[in-house]
Design a protein around this ligand. Structure first.
Ligand SMILES: Nc1nc2c(ncn2[C@@H]2O[C@H](COP(=O)(O)OP(=O)(O)OP(=O)(O)O)[C@@H](O)[C@H]2O)c(=O)[nH]1
Length: 332
């Protein structure tokens, strides 16, 4: 059994209801021993006073924004949590309203020393039903937060008309087709938000499957689908050929090094040569992790599915480059 401590990152634009959700979770799960890391912008730790259970399970990171001063301060705090006499079985991290959660998630997906003890469960993003469409139009951070989320909690639903709620939902779906969207007031929902397992193998695979209706493609061995809104895009590909693991690693390293700023997230369930298990790829910004998943079923053909979410990502270039990697196309 995995004894690592699950971590939930709570993000969302200024005033969307993050602290409210935190309080709701504390009340709803009294049996959980929660440790909370609050990241506040500015010097005054105000949020700590707004959380109903003060005491010593709350840690404040206030030297600026975690996503900027990262990863040192966060990693130090995690070490302090582990080495101190704190008894906790779940870690919640509330980011500032303008933080970029991918940088925070990166520590959990890519830092081996952190991964040994903590396991990212999900990134939850609050969206204010009233203002989300406005903040999406105005603020790049708002877009990034929502585009990166595994679950979007569309909060303050009763403050808006049915029509506005639907419009907002449609906008969110376009921006992040992979995220589950749940409507709520004051962060209240039946969904077990502390056990979403968004980074678990099965979930990643299921989401990738849901993105493409499995069907045979009439125009060859791959299939792609993309969606655009502003400059944030999602490009998905399916390939019927196995990857060479070494080449793939190298390709990812170079891709993320050169274009990491623009690639927010890559998720994939891949078929690699000489391997009977599925290979799960997760990338966050410039870091990536490849892990073995379940066995491939014996009665079905193997396939690789991969999704890229980012800014100004060219589908044609990615596709060409992936095909070269699979030797479906030569570079000369
Ligand atoms: N009407 C309504 N108000 C809400 C709801 N959820 C939160 N609020 C209110 O919205 C305000 C902002 O909520 P917070 O939980 O502080 O939001 P936050 O995201 O932590 O805010 P920042 O720390 O500034 O980024 C507070 O006054 C909440 O009481 C809701 O579902 N409906």
């Amino acid at each position: 059994m995995d004894k690592r401590i699950p971590v939930t990152i709570i993000t969302g634009f200024l005033g969307s209801g993050k602290t409210t959700l935190l309080n709701e979770l504390i009340q709803r799960y009294p049996e959980k021993k929660l440790a909370i890391i609050e990241n506040e912008f500015g010097e005054l730790g105000i949020d700590q006073d707004l959380v109903v259970r003060g005491e010593d399970q709350i840690f404040e990171l206030s030297n600026g924004c975690i996503c900027c001063s990262l990863n040192d301060e966060l990693v130090d705090t995690l070490a302090k949590l582990l080495n101190g006499n704190y008894d906790f079985d779940h870690l919640l991290i509330e980011t500032t309203g303008i933080a970029e959660p991918d940088a925070i998630a990166a520590a959990f997906v890519a830092d081996a020393s952190v991964q040994a003890y903590f396991q990212l469960d999900a990134v939850i993003c609050l969206a204010d039903a009233q203002y989300t469409l406005d903040s999406l139009a105005e603020r790049e951070e708002a877009k990034r937060q929502l585009a990166f989320a595994d679950l979007i909690l569309l909060n303050k639903k009763s403050s808006v008309s049915e029509e506005q709620l639907e419009q907002t939902k449609a906008g969110l779906k376009k921006l992040n087709p992979l995220a589950e969207i749940i409507e709520a007031d004051y962060g209240k929902t039946e969904r077990n938000l502390l056990d979403l397992q968004a980074y678990a193998f099965a979930t990643v695979e299921e989401k990738l499957k849901a993105q493409h209706q499995p069907k045979t493609c009439s125009h060859g061995s791959h299939h792609h689908h993309h969606h655009e809104q502003g400059e944030l895009v999602t490009h998905s590909f399916i390939f019927d050929q196995p990857f060479d693991l070494l080449k793939l690693r190298h390709w990812l390293q170079v891709l993320l090094m050169l274009q990491g700023e623009g690639i927010y997230r890559v998720k994939g369930v891949l078929w690699v040569q000489w391997q009977d298990k599925k290979m799960v790829l997760q990338s966050v910004r410039k870091s990536f992790a490849l892990q073995l998943g379940e066995d491939w079923p014996e009665d079905k053909p193997r396939q690789s599915r991969i999704v890229f979410i980012g800014k100004n990502l060219r589908k044609d270039i990615l596709e060409k480059s992936l095909k070269q990697l699979l030797a479906l196309e030569t570079s000369f």
